[in-house]
Design a protein around this ligand. Sequence first.
Ligand SMILES: [Zn+2]
Length: 334
Amino acid sequence: MKIINNYEGSSIDVISIKDNIANLSLRKEAGQYEHYYNFKVINDSTKTAFIYLENIEKTPYFRNEVQRPYINKAGVWQLIDNKHFTYENGKIMITIEPQKEIEISLYPRYTVSDLDKYLSTLPKNKNLKIENINNTGFKKIIIGDMNLPLVVVIGRQHPAEVYSSYFIEAMINSLLENKEPLSKYCFVFYPIVNVLGVNNGNHRYTNNIDYNRIWNRSGLVFEIDYIKNDIMSSNLAYFIDVHGDEVSKINYVRTNYKLNYSSIGSMQVLKDPSKFRRLSRALIKQRKLINLKDKTAREYISDLKKCRSILVELSLKDTIESAYDNGSKLVKSL
Ligand SMILES: [Zn+2]
């Protein structure tokens, strides 16, 4: 049996492999066990393989119940079934039938290559421009007339929050199908902000940095400096930051302005929390203290540009389909 963990978006540590039994552990980042994991198993033997995955309860996002991982079957992600998955004493056990090769992932894997693959399927369109900034894999997608007020959309500041990528794909698709919003706004997407983290299979941090807590600082993250510079002199109408939420069972948005809807698609519209609420939320959700001087993307940009801002939080317990649906509905609500 072989465990493969050296490709884009993979993340697992191998403790031991003996015969048909493999002991694996979540990786660590910023001193904690990552929540996300992804690896491939090649069971080339004639016996069933047993994969044990340790330290599941030690991630900051573990709650009472374990989340079942996805497996990739011929390019389609689906939740693993109960026949091949059990959870006991803090360990996941996955069985792999003989002569089977399988990719296992806490959330569907979506890397820069997947974004490129998606972008390559888009029809040639005079409204659409795709830039590969400094050939770093950091992509900027412009849809519409740059003379109009901008709607800037960013995603994947936190690498494992993959549903934001499907959400952004749906936003792009819906703009290419229905051009009406393009008469009011020009849309600029940065679908994957944390290029390094996404390719490394990180969960939240890259080089111990939480990208969404350093927007008031410069010189730390190339992509963030680039976006800040790019937005500086623009006429910015909306700034939209798309995330995934590991713990919440509902999809929701937060806005810094009054919205007339109580929901968009299956996303509930919630008020921005006070600083105190944010502090206690971080303590509960991520089990850490945050420094309130550190600014999130939305705080930094909306203070600077006095624009409307939207935080999208997609429940990572929900489905890809739901993320798509909510992405196109958000476009329609602007
Ligand atoms: Zn996030």
